[in-house]
Design a binder for this molecule. Structure first.
Ligand SMILES: [Fe+2]
Length: 260
């Protein structure tokens, strides 16, 4: 039976973290024997959002697919760039998307892998119902893929958990992103979907969710509308590795965390 090893890496928080990830990715890829590397790149620019040159650096370092979130289309230059780079995704269920696609099918390990990106509705705006969007996608792509996986970018743990349970057995892997805090619930659900509520982040270890500690404290203490900036220092790379069989069952799930 064919299997594919998928390495998901969590939200990249700023350009120093992106550089650290790019340096580490070739070794990480070799050590994990990953066939397919999927990175959430929505926060990889220092000034919030993503930038084409930074996303290209991730592809050059060995990422196969980039996923996004609520910040992906913040910079206007991302719009045309996403249209030209189908392996870089933005959430499929944006109410008013201004560029790009929310899913792609890639060949990996001899299998056709559908990678999709959704955005939660709880505490976030500008999204249509992700459950219905996923129903439509899987119906439309039926027969075109062997394995389907997704990044569910969302604030609320309950929404991520409900989505994973609803799609248990239909997606082989559901990973949550966005909160930058890794959850301890990596598991294989009853109908063989690999799931974790949140992967965590690729960002500065000494930080609050990847941003400068003192600025985060000041914002919460004073209510000043400060713009968050990425913290400096040692970078921790967080993610998860999944083995998926050609029949769609997730066979194993392993947490990845490395400091660089
Ligand atoms: Fe986000």
């Amino acid at each position: 039976m064919k299997t594919v090893k998928l390495l998901f890496l969590a939200d990249v928080c700023g350009e120093a973290a992106l550089s650290a990830l790019c340096r580490a990715l070739p070794d990480l890829r070799r050590e994990t024997k990953a066939n397919l590397v999927i990175v959430n790149a929505e926060n990889c620019a220092d000034d919030n959002g993503a930038h084409p040159a930074l996303c290209e650096a991730l592809f050059d370092a060995g990422a196969d697919v980039l996923t996004g979130g609520n910040h992906t289309l913040k910079k206007p230059e991302m719009r045309d760039w996403l249209d030209d780079h189908p392996r870089a995704l933005r959430p499929i269920n944006l109410t008013h998307p201004t560029g790009g696609e929310g899913s792609v099918i890639v060949e990996s390990g001899g299998l056709r892998v559908l990678v999709a990106n959704f955005l939660g509705q709880a505490f976030l705006s500008g999204t249509d119902n992700p459950f219905e969007a996923a129903d439509r996608l899987l119906e439309k792509a039926c027969g075109d893929y062997d394995v389907a996986v997704c990044d569910f970018h969302a604030e609320a743990s309950a929404e991520k958990g409900a989505f994973a349970r609803d799609f248990d057995g239909r997606f082989s892997v559901v990973v949550g992103t966005h909160t930058h805090v890794p959850t301890a619930d990596l598991q294989i659900l009853p109908h063989s979907t690999g799931f974790v509520t949140d992967l965590g982040m690729c960002g500065a270890r000494e930080s609050v969710l990847g941003v400068r500690i003192e600025e985060s404290i000041r914002r919460f203490r004073t209510g000043e509308p400060l713009r968050y900036r990425p913290a400096a220092g040692e970078v921790v790379l967080m993610g998860a590795l999944f083995d998926v069989a050609e029949d769609g069952r997730c066979l194993s799930a392993e947490r990845i965390e490395t400091v660089c």
